[in-house]
Design a protein around this ligand. Structure first.
Ligand code: ADP
Ligand code: MG
Length: 268
């Protein structure tokens, strides 16, 4: 289990996270949902170890994060940040190979080929990443993190994704979430920050709702994604249709007169 307890994080005395506790189980996909600026990426950076929490605790399989060496952490979790930049003129294949370097695995061309085929990037392998479209670049980054955790290990591991499908077309979004969901069978727990509520509703097992740095609700997806909870978090009316337990959930929103105070002005 990846567990965070009572995380508190301030930037220039402004609280960004307040007593945030979250639990990611291996074999489950947990969606982290909340409005812009809620603190999702900050929580993500603390969980991944990129930033240090000021108060509270984080543990991977009961090992406190601060006791893990960077190579141990790289074996336990793979991270796809919201914005990944490539500073050298790398080809797509070289970026994906970095996934194996990070976890100090011996070079396995079969793994590289498998993850690049799973993410529909194998045909892009010789292209410079800088020349790819936003969605293609995201898929190459996803292939890199998949390479890091593709080979099975005898302990639970975690995949952390910050808006992994934000630049992708709708078909690719579904494709990626299907690929990622398959990792659950490898005893991997996935945390994905998602803005598309329909993707979150239909691919996640659990949901964490974050607003203004506070975990408002967390639990099984169908129990948490109610119109009342979503309206509370987004300050906007949201409809949820979920007829039977095993049928797909459809989440929608319509134009309304209700606007958040920050948008409450008239254009001249
Ligand atoms: P989210 O990912 O939910 O959109 P973030 O975690 O990126 O939100 O940011 C949460 C809040 O913290 C925002 O108000 C953002 O402006 C602020 N913030 C994040 N990083 C910094 C920083 N380095 N300096 C100042 N403010 C920051
Ligand atoms: Mg963010």
């Amino acid at each position: 289990m990846l567990e965070a307890k009572k995380l508190h994080f301030c930037i220039k005395k402004k609280p960004i996270l307040d007593q945030a506790s979250i639990c990611i189980k291996s074999g489950e996909l947990t969606a982290l949902i909340g409005p812009n600026g809620a603190g999702k990426s900050t929580l993500f950076k603390l969980l991944s170890g990129e930033a240090r929490c000021q108060l509270g605790s984080i543990s991977y399989n009961r090992h406190p994060i601060e006791t893990l060496k960077s190579n141990q952490l790289a074996t336990l979790r793979a991270v796809m940040p919201q914005h990944s930049s490539v500073t050298f003129p790398f080809r797509a294949l070289e970026v994906v190979e970095l996934g194996l370097v990070l976890s100090k695995q011996s070079f396995a061309s079969s793994t590289i080929q498998k993850v690049m085929k799973a993410t529909s990037t194998w045909h892009l392998r010789d292209q410079l990443v800088d020349n790819l479209s936003g969605g293609e670049r995201q898929r190459v980054q996803l292939a890199r993190v998949l390479a890091q955790i593709w080979e099975p290990k005898p302990f639970p591991r975690y995949l952390l994704l910050d808006e992994p499908t934000s630049s992708m077309d709708i078909a690719q979004q579904h494709h990626v979430l299907q690929v990622v969901s398959q990792l659950k069978h490898k005893n991997i727990g996935i945390l994905a920050i998602l803005h598309d509520l329909n993707l979150a509703a239909n691919y996640s097992d659990a949901v964490v709702l974050l607003k203004e740095g506070v975990v408002v609700k967390q639990g099984p997806t169908r129990k948490i994604l109610t119109p009342e909870n979503l309206e509370q978090v987004f300050d906007y009316p949201i409809q949820v249709s979920a007829k039977e337990p095993h049928q797909p959930i459809f989440i929608s929103s319509l134009p309304t007169n209700k606007t958040a105070p920050m948008y409450n002005y008239k254009l001249a």
